[in-house]
Ligand binder design. Sequence first.
Ligand code: URA
Length: 270
Amino acid sequence: MCSTQLDLFSSDSQDNGKELNVKEKEAEKVTNSSENNVVLKPIKKSKDKPIAELTIEDKKIIDIELQIKEKETLNDQERNNYLNQVKEIASSCVKCVLSETRTKVVFSAGNPDSLIMLIGEGPGENEDKTGIPFVGRAGQLLDKILESAKISRENDLYIANVVKCRPPANRTPFEDEIDACSIYLKKQLELTNASIILLTGATAMKAILNSTSPISKVRGQWFEWNGKWVMPVFHPSYLLRNPSKEVGSPKWLMWQDIKKVKQKLDEIKG
Ligand code: URA
């Protein structure tokens, strides 16, 4: 396993999140994963905001954090209760400009008790209309990929996005939007049960691993993050633009990756 201490939500996100447009900045050498020899950029801690800059939503989340701190452990019901409270706060969030153009906040789908959490970039048009992540064309392809590996979207997966509101014209979310929304994703990661985190595409990878390495270089590799297994994979939208199933093609590589995920899931389930 990788010994890198990976951290969440650095504020230096510049990535445009689309696999075709990724600026292939050379990642600085930090450490090697003994499993896969992948190197990641160093992590910068996001700065704590002065109290005066906290939004109402931030304060409500801090209040939940304080309640959680007072408890020694959380049982599943308490965990899910807190997660619902976080969802409730997000559902009326106005922390960033995306709230001005959204139809619905897209918080999550699937099973919060599942072992896999899949993180996408942000809602598209269909997700914005329905309030459910990954229900458009990319979502339908994701469903097929999961089905082919016998991974149940409903039972084995909890799905979330880096930003919960649709960026206009499906543009890549800006850094300040990602930062504003990070309190929700952070809580989703803390309050769900997943031991496997799948990062679909560059924006999710940047948000969690703070890596600008091209997805094509790191996809399919396991990283350790906060005691969880993290794997970057191609975004389904990228696969829609690259439909070939030839050996070595992105779709074929995704198939190899999803088989590894299923294997890990089975190992963890025992
Ligand atoms: N793409 C994403 O990244 N997330 C969605 O929910 C839908 C499409």
